[in-house]
Design a protein around this ligand. Sequence first.
Ligand SMILES: [Zn+2]
Length: 264
Amino acid sequence: MNNSSLQIIETHAHIYDETYQEDRDEMLQKAFSAGVSQIWMPNCASETIDGMMVLAEKYPKQCFPMMGLHPCYVKEDFEKELAIVEDWLNKYKFIAIGEIGMDLYWDKTFVKQQEEAFLYQCQLAKKHDLWIDIHSRNAFWETVNLIEKNADPNLKGIFHCFTGTLEEAQKAIELGFLLGIGGVATFKNGGLDKILPHIDLTSIVLETDAPYLAPVPYRGKRNEPAYLTIIAQRVADLMECSIEKVIEQSTQNALHLCLEKVSK
Ligand SMILES: [Zn+2]
């Protein structure tokens, strides 16, 4: 593939993660050479902010940070964490609120607090005129219920790492959200082969969720944004179009999400 004119937007990568400690700059250069023009960084909690902001400062035209509290980091002290999120939103222009949502996969101890944190951060999105990057694991309809409860028709965003059913995909799209498609699309039992042929290219964006969920043939290994081309090719195969078309449209979808917000 000739990448010269194609710009891929990586909409979700934890490139500040410690697994890149030894070769972070090299890993990023590899991504830029592969055609990745922007990398959007979701935050997890207060402990990940410093590393993320170092990259935002070092690569101001390529690496863009989000601000938010990840549902898996919602614990007893979540109000303190949300105050830090809010403080940062007041002093820096982030591209989105993220990653936020509901995770009922591991631990349901803090489900009420997760709900409260999500709804609060939806309000912050409204206040700061930002879109949201949603993490929902084993909690799609719970998350949808909260979005509907929040009832803000202007709230837009991405269901990051979408791996649900066709019915769920259609619901997310109906709510005005995009589907973040990553390495799971390349997995044999990932299920996205049953979804992608039935949805429109205008509803998806590309992501790796690096360092997690590396696509085949790197499955189980460390993931990185350079592998987006593998994901784009798989999406192209499933949607029966060219990889160029997938990259062009997903990039447009991603840019539109940000433009919509700043132009309002
Ligand atoms: Zn993530």
